[in-house]
Design a protein. Structure first.
Length: 221
C-alpha cells in the first residue's frame, strides 16, 4: 500500500503540463528536467526498496510469529499428549491394579468358600459317622437288651417250667400215694372185715379216723 502511494505521487510529479496545471509552482516544472526525473526515480527505487524491506521484515516477523506460535502449539500439543498419555497410563495402571485386586478378592473368596465347603463337608461327614456309630451302638445295645430280656424270659420260663414240672411230679406222687393209700385201706378194711367174720363194717368216721394214723405210721414226718 505504501508502494502504491509512492508510485502515485511520483506519477503526479512526472505528469505533463496541462491547463489544469496552470499555476503550479516552478518547482513542479523543474521535475520535468531529466536530472529531476532521475532523482525522482532514485527516490522511487529507494522507496520501493524500503517498502520491500519493510514487507520482508514484516513477513519475516510474521513468519517468526507463526513459527513461534506453531512451536508453542506443538509444545502445548506435545505436553497435552504427554499429559493425556500419562493420564491414560495412570488410568490403565489403576484399572490393571483394580482388576488384579478384584481377581485376588475372587480367588480369596473362592478359596474361603472352598475351605468352608470342605469344613462343612467334614462336619457333615463326622456327624454322619457319629450318628452311624450311635445307631450301631444303639442297635448293639438294643440287641444286648433283647438277648438279655430273652435270656431272662427263658430263665424265668425255664424256672417256671421246672417248678411246674416239679409241682406236677409232686402232684403225680400225691395222687399215686392217694391211690395206693386208698387201695391199701380198702385191702386193710376188707382184711379186718374178713377177720371179724360177721361183724358189722366200720363206719365212715372210724375209717376217716384210721386214715391219718395209718398215713403217719407209713410216712413219718
Amino acid at each position: 500500500m505504501a508502494d502504491s502511494r509512492m508510485k502515485g505521487r511520483v506519477k503526479g510529479l512526472l505528469a505533463p503540463t496541462s491547463p489544469d496545471n496552470i499555476g503550479i509552482p516552478d518547482q513542479a516544472n523543474d521535475l520535468m528536467d531529466p536530472d529531476a526525473q532521475r532523482q525522482a526515480l532514485q527516490v522511487l527505487i529507494l522507496a520501493q526498496r524500503t517498502a520491500d524491506d519493510h514487507v520482508a521484515t514484516a513477513q519475516q516477523h510474521a513468519g517468526s510469529i507463526r513459527a513461534d506460535a506453531k512451536a508453542a502449539a506443538d509444545t502445548i500439543g506435545r505436553e497435552a499428549q504427554a499429559h493425556a498419555d500419562a493420564a491414560r497410563q495412570d488410568a490403565n495402571k489403576a484399572l490393571a491394579d483394580a482388576r488384579i485386586k478384584a481377581e485376588q478378592i475372587v480367588r480369596d473368596a473362592q478359596a474361603h468358600a472352598a475351605s468352608v465347603r470342605r469344613d462343612s463337608e467334614k462336619v457333615i461327614s463326622d456327624a454322619r459317622a457319629a450318628a452311624s456309630e450311635i445307631v450301631k451302638d444303639a442297635q448293639a445295645h438294643a440287641a444286648d437288651l433283647d438277648r438279655e430280656a430273652q435270656q431272662r424270659f427263658d430263665d424265668v420260663v425255664g424256672s417256671l417250667d421246672g417248678k411246674r414240672a416239679a409241682l406236677q411230679q409232686q402232684i403225680d406222687s400225691l395222687q399215686q400215694f392217694d391211690r395206693d393209700y386208698r387201695s391199701r385201706l380198702r385191702t386193710f378194711m376188707q382184711d379186718q372185715l374178713r377177720a371179724l367174720g360177721a361183724a358189722e363194717p366200720a363206719s365212715n368216721a372210724e375209717i376217716q379216723g384210721m386214715g391219718p394214723v395209718a398215713l403217719d405210721a407209713r410216712h413219718p414226718a
